[in-house]
Design a binder for this molecule. Structure first.
Ligand code: NDP
Length: 331
């Protein structure tokens, strides 16, 4: 079939991230556009329909979602649901013969990740994970400085990510799969992997004290953990649901480089020991979605594929095990 100029995306789950970030981005993407929505909220459907001029035939709910298979307008389904629902909707989307962008974390267990990978193997469509920072100029620079050992081997690596306030499904373990680690800690795991270009050998970890036992009854509020990399580097990481943090810092043999804030949607600032990075802040979600649409059009792999997402979930699970046992856990 002929390749479309712009691929059609359908978002499933019209919550905060979809409305605050993706909606704006989808007004600016060049390779794809918002063609449909999947929601159980008629009031949201009405708003989105008007804003994006979506025909009624491209509006679905969770029950009739599988009918999207027959809709040629929709090429990509973007899953922006609570974490534990990612697996089910990704598998249904694959069965409908669609490509998928699935938000992070890919799923809440490695087993779920495997089910997703099998579904995409069968469908022959592509899966990508919503790792927006892979396409961000400062992070691309860090990958280059770190992986190419521009300043020599990294001797010390720090990654911290924390947000000051959360509520809703994030506090519900069944929907979230865990606390701060699943949600914001995953950025640190990713950052350690792409700054070094290496996979951790083992992890050690400790849960932080809870500021409210009631609020954080089911999930952890904070964790500090260490990732042991081949060659002996021990990356120091921390995540929190009450403490605001956003730092990625590498100290290498001859110089250091850091991003602070590191993981935000905008305003990322980079420095090295020789000065400012002087890079642009871009719309990360535009870059991420356009890259994926391009990959599909040109039959190229995506740098943020399902295997990458699964490896992160595997590391997250190892960190939880290290918290529970108090022991070093081999990956
Ligand atoms: P929200 O709670 O704001 O939105 C989730 C949406 O999912 C809801 O609005 C609802 O949409 C739908 N939904 C379906 N079933 C449920 C359920 N049982 N409970 C709650 N919502 C349900 O969450 P976020 O937008 O903050 O997060 C969604 C996903 O996006 C998560 O996986 C998160 O990790 C990821 N995320 C990624 C970010 C990034 O930077 N890459 C940033 C923020 C979030 P509807 O009413 O339309 O059915």
């Amino acid at each position: 079939k002929p390749v479309k100029d712009k691929l059609g995306i359908a978002i499933i789950g019209l919550g905060e991230y979809a409305s605050d970030e993706l909606a704006t981005a989808l007004k600016k993407t060049k390779e794809c556009y918002l063609a449909g929505i999947v929601t159980d909220e008629p009031s949201k459907a009405k708003k989105w329909k008007k804003y994006f001029n979506i025909p009624d035939t491209n509006i679905y709910d969770y029950k009739n979602f599988d009918r999207i298979k027959d809709n040629a307008d929709i090429d990509i389904i973007y899953i922006v649901l609570p974490n534990s629902l990612h697996r089910e909707y990704a598998v249904r989307a694959a069965k409908a013969g669609k490509h998928v962008i699935c938000e992070k974390p890919m799923a809440i267990t490695v087993k779920d990740c495997d089910k997703m990978l099998t579904a995409f193997d069968k469908s022959g469509t592509m899966l990508s994970i919503g790792y927006r920072l892979h396409f961000e100029p400062h992070h691309i620079k860090v990958m280059e400085l770190g992986q190419k050992k521009y300043y020599g081997n990294i001797k010390r690596l720090i990654a911290k990510n924390g947000i000051p306030e959360i509520d809703g499904w994030r506090l519900d373990k069944e929907l979230s799969g865990g606390g701060a680690l699943m949600d914001v800690g995953v950025y640190c795991v990713q950052a350690v992997r792409y700054t070094t270009g290496m996979e951790p050998v083992s992890v050690t970890a400790k849960e932080g004290k809870k500021t409210s036992k009631k609020k954080f009854k089911e999930i952890e509020e904070s964790i500090s953990w260490q990732m042991e990399m081949p060659g002996g580097l021990i990356a120091e990481c921390e995540c929190s649901y009450t403490k605001e943090m956003s730092l990625l810092r590498a100290e290498a043999e001859s110089d250091w480089f850091e991003l602070s804030p590191a993981f935000t949607y905008s305003g990322i600032k980079g420095k090295t020991s020789s000065g400012k990075m002087n890079l642009r802040n871009i719309n990360q979600q535009v870059a991420q979605m356009d890259d994926f649409a391009n990959a599909i059009k040109n039959n190229k792999p995506t740098p943020v594929d399902g295997e990458t997402g699964k490896q992160d979930v595997k590391i997250l699970q190892a960190i939880y095990k290290a918290v529970k046992t108090g022991k070093r856990v081999i990956i």
